[in-house]
Ligand binder design. Structure first.
Ligand SMILES: [Zn+2]
Length: 282
């Protein structure tokens, strides 16, 4: 078994949340392909390969999951539409680490889009819908939850009710108002931008700091604050939040964690966006 990415006393491992392809332009908004293609390989028909990488954070006391991947509920038609290239193997991956579903105590969602929250519920052995991590408290921003419950005509495409079935506030769902320390060294902070209630995750242990920016920074090639995705519902908020959070990360010499990059789990970024010290293994 790999050693995982060490952050002080914390260990972070990347799990298989499914791999899919999306239109390349949608990952870079108004940036022309002639520019983004220099930093991100495209398929012949202009798609880019995206991993979905739930991260298992072992703090020493708790097993925390950041994001949950695509899940196992996609229909064959949906798999074709989203060009799924690798299946969701979150539960199997945890089993290989010696962890059952009940061993996960905390699930943190940066936001409610299906590629991040799709694994909150799963089709069990009997074929019924069940919570994937029945013993876990799930953490989302209150703003995000309110939007999940009452999506607008655009966000309804990505907020799927079946991904949240069984979550009950106070029982297994904890709603955060802005900023909160979930446990020592694990803190969430609302960013807005991509979605109104999108949040970032700060990790700190042994003097080392890491920042998970969710879909505000899907891959290192999105490091330019203006290279935001076309999916961002509040683009100017995304730009401002990226500038602010990346400045904080730079000042703290923090690691950045990437949910969608096919290779890089963590790295540091120079001021010009150059990747430093990439960590690519599981
Ligand atoms: Zn995403």
């Amino acid at each position: 078994m790999s050693q995982g990415f060490r952050l002080g006393a914390f260990t972070i491992r990347r799990l298989q949340g499914g791999v899919f392809e999306v239109d390349g332009g949608s990952m870079f908004g108004v940036v022309p392909k002639a520019l983004w293609e220099q930093k991100c390989a495209a398929t012949p028909d202009n798609h880019v390969l995206l991993a979905n990488s739930p991260m298992l954070l072992h703090t020493g006391q708790s097993n925390v999951l950041i994001e949950t991947g695509l899940g196992n509920k996609l229909t064959p038609k949906q798999k074709g539409i989203f060009r799924v290239r690798a299946e969701w193997e979150l539960v199997a991956g945890l089993a290989r680490l010696g962890l059952c579903r009940e061993a996960i105590s905390h699930v943190i969602l940066t936001h409610g889009d299906f590629d991040h929250a799709g694994g909150v519920t799963m089709l069990g052995d009997s074929g019924g819908l069940e919570l994937t991590f029945p013993a876990a408290m799930h953490y989302m921003q209150r703003q995000e939850w309110e939007d999940v419950l009452a999506p607008n005509i655009r966000s309804a495409d990505a907020y799927w009710p079946e991904n949240f079935a069984g979550l009950v506030e106070g029982k297994n769902l904890h709603l955060v108002d802005g900023e909160e320390e979930i446990m020592p060294g694990v803190r969430v902070e609302r960013t807005g931008g991509h979605t109104r209630g999108h949040q970032a995750v700060w990790l700190e242990s042994g003097g080392q700091i890491a920042l998970h920016l969710g879909d505000l920074l899907p891959m290192p090639c999105n490091s330019n604050p203006l290279w935001i995705t076309a999916y961002d519902n509040f683009p100017l908020d995304s730009v401002a939040a990226k500038e602010r959070f990346l400045a904080q990360a730079g000042a703290k010499d923090a690691w950045l964690l990437f949910y969608h990059d096919p290779k890089i789990l963590a790295c540091k970024l120079d001021g010009d966006g150059a990747v430093r010290e990439p960590f690519c293994a599981q």
